[in-house]
Design a protein around this ligand. Structure first.
Ligand SMILES: Nc1ncnc2c1ncn2[C@@H]1O[C@H](COP(=O)(O)OP(=O)(O)OP(=O)(O)O)[C@@H](O)[C@H]1O
Length: 269
């Protein structure tokens, strides 16, 4: 990867723009009523890397994720996935592109009426014509990987929040996605379970590869999983580069945010 010499650890924007990336966000603007949430946000996520999108609460991280999966349409700018602008393709194509994403929502987004096995099998039954035997092999492999093979018959409300997230992760992986998005995988978990889940994300990525985008405001999670870090503030990416560079950044805002310090340019507003 090319790095600029001026700001160590930052990606060279021209070099990054010249390559094609599986997920590209270009100058996206999005407002809800009079509040502008994304204000010209651009980022080309590095393929086959885990990029953590960090930023203070309410800064638009989840809104960005919803743009990437095509659940929200930008007011201006474009989101390109697999080289296609997702709002310039047919709805059928957009749907097809979405099946190449795995998404782990905050609460795992499991169906309460289905047991863990059926939840994880769901995308395969819906989007493929695989036999039940083939499905069983894939589902059990993924459940073993996240340590849940003993919980297959349980309902989501019979297992802990951490287990629900792991089940959601297993389900996000069954279609062998090229891109996996995580919306605050650490939310609602204690520090030990957060650390274990972060390690699991890093291990699964090391095993299968893929472009992982992790939305969080938890610095320890970012330190555990990140190859790259994108910091967003006030609707823009203010830093994007290798994790090491981000944690050593001399930008006052990036430094304050990543150090979790009370003193600095970032206030409560
Ligand atoms: N559909 C919507 N309609 C109106 N406002 C919205 C909508 N979705 C998000 N917002 C607003 O956009 C802002 C950014 O929300 P978002 O959830 O993206 O923040 P975040 O950075 O993910 O925060 P957190 O870290 O606290 O989860 C919030 O003020 C939120 O109320």
């Amino acid at each position: 990867m090319t790095l600029t010499t001026e700001r160590p650890g930052m990606h060279d924007e021209a070099a990054v723009a010249a390559e094609q990336h599986t997920v590209e966000v270009r100058d996206v603007h999005k407002s809800f009523g009079s509040s502008t949430i994304l204000n010209g946000l651009s980022v080309n996520f590095r393929d086959n890397a885990i990029t953590t999108v960090l930023g203070p609460s309410g800064t638009g991280k989840s809104v960005l994720l919803k743009h990437i999966v095509g659940l929200l349409e930008p007011d201006a700018g474009e989101v390109r996935v697999f080289g296609e602008n997702i709002w310039q393709v047919s709805e059928a194509r957009r749907y097809e592109l979405r099946t190449r994403f795995g998404v782990l929502f905050q609460d795992g987004a499991l169906f309460g009426s289905m047991n863990i096995y059926d939840n994880v099998a769901f995308p395969l039954r819906k989007h493929t014509d695989k036999s039940e035997d083939e499905i069983r092999e894939i589902v059990m492999d993924r459940l073993r990987e996240v340590g849940l093979e003993q919980a297959i018959g349980k309902a989501p409300n019979e297992i802990s929040g951490g287990m629900r997230k792991r089940a959601g992760f297993a389900r996000a992986l069954v279609m062998k996605p090229d891109v996996v998005l995580f919306d605050e995988p650490d939310s609602g978990l204690d520090p030990v379970r957060t650390k274990l889940l972060s390690q699991l994300i890093a291990e699964v990525h090391a095993e299968h590869g893929g472009t992982y985008i992790v939305i969080t405001h938890d610095i320890p999670t970012a330190r555990t999983v990140s190859d790259d870090v994108a910091v967003i503030w006030k609707g823009k990416v203010i830093h994007y580069g290798e994790a090491e560079g981000a944690f050593g950044s001399d930008d006052p805002f990036v430094r304050q945010f990543l150090a979790g310090a009370a003193d600095g340019p970032l206030g409560m507003d």
